[in-house]
Ligand binder design. Sequence first.
Ligand code: HEM
Ligand code: NAG
Length: 509
Amino acid sequence: MDDPRFLALSAGLAILILASVRKALHNSKLDAIPIVGSTGFLTSFWDGYKFFANAPDLIQAGYTQYPEGIFRVARFSYWLVVVSHPKFVKEVGGAPEHVLSFHEGVEDGLPVKEVVGRPIIENPYHQHTIRTSLTRNLHARFPDVRDEIACAFEEVLQLDESEWKSLPALHTVMAVVARVSNRLFVGLPLCRNQTYLWNNVQFALDVIRSGQKVALFPNFLRPLVGPFISGKDKSFAVALQTLGPLVAERLAKEKELGPDWPGKPNDLISWLLEDAQDEERTVPALVLRVLSTNFAAIHTSSMAFTQALFDLTTHPQHLLPMREEAEHVVANEGWTKAALNSMVKIDSFLRESQRLNGNGAVSMIRKVVSNDGFRFSDGTVLPKGSFVCAAARAIHYDASNYKNPAEFDGFRFARERAEHAATHDLTQDVFKRQMISTAGDFLPFGTGKHACPGRFFAATELKAMLAHVVINYDLKAEVEGVRPPDNIFGLGISPNPSAKVRFRKRTDL
Ligand code: HEM
Ligand SMILES: *[C@@H]1O[C@H](CO)[C@@H](O)[C@H](O)[C@H]1NC(C)=O
């Protein structure tokens, strides 16, 4: 550390970074957009730092000041433009990739190219596979998903007869979600292999941790520091070891018997193979796609379900109505994917939980990549290179979008759907208030061209999990009436990672 060359190098780097920050923040083309927070060079740099602790408050302040429009806040080395009005959100969601880039937007917060792999960004074909084949097969594969939910809860909760047991909510939920998702992705028996499962969880944590570090560096330095910081190699090696043989077997079968060999499993590996071209048809390339799908699926779904458990235990009056609904539907229709459509209260509850506890202060971060910039309908122009996003949380908490917006009202969407159905109001599509439907004022899955392609699976999985939980268990909060505080880091908001929830087997059966 005392090495003068090291000190000189550090000083040089600091100057380079400051210079690039200064250049980026003094982008006069953004002058027309009001600034929220401080405006001076050093203070805005300071705001960039503070951002890690108070981003949601800052975005809320901007939203309150400019509810109809567009404002900007300082990040480290650039301005983040935030849009408030659902109308502008739709314009962002509708813009094509060559104008507003989803991938370049993601890349800024999480340098996927450096810490996951270039092909994931440059040829994101797995997104298509998820949106089409995976979603289409949810009906056919539902019995497996349902079976895994029942077994996983039984084994993960390990409850003794009618004794209350405190369990760490997020960890417990993740153990179930990882298993259930992988029943669909890779099937039995691998979906129960603990080495394989926790490695998927670990891969995502490694990527996020190293991604956050790499993201602190300006773009031009990232390819240099990436390989040193990235921790993915170890988890990738474990994935190759656990999942690799299965993928190799599928490739061999296909080579021998053709693409539609009899008995071909109906799972993510097969669906990916139907879409993968050329250099993507190798064991490491396919393993990386399955890992990336797990990455997109496990943490998001686990956080959503954990938040739902916190909501359920702090608003316990919702438990019995959902239990009644689930029992009634299952008695009439059995456990099928179609039966989930009749679980309107459960759907509403999850949607409400996502509305209030979606995973960030903003969503839909995009980078302007077209040379002409991006023009909103009110004439505001964002120059090439700017970053833009939607004030998701503030939009969800706005009284002009939702009545009593800060109140958790688990069945608000179920009531809306019932009201529309009763009045045969065809202008208000009843499907619009389902968990999977996105809108300018409902952004947990984003909206528009890049709206989460996995949300149909997520909704199926989470609804079936919640129905299973309310039918089979009683739940209560660790401390009655107290919702564990969220974790806030930068723009991210996530459920308290250590908080517990109490479970017991139902005693009234
Ligand atoms: C409750 C659970 C989930 C939440 C809250 C969620 C949320 C999101 C959000 C906010 C985006 C970005 C949208 C945008 O910027 O416009 C996204 C993208 C994505 N999600 Fe999900 N997601 C969930 C579950 C899943 C699952 C289960 C899968 C896979 C089966 C998945 C796969 C993806 C993929 C591949 C993308 C990239 C989309 C693209 O580039 O067009 N997600 N998700
Ligand atoms: C899980 O997979 C690993 C690696 O392939 C293997 O060594 C281990 O025996 C498996 N565990 C179980 C319980 O099957």
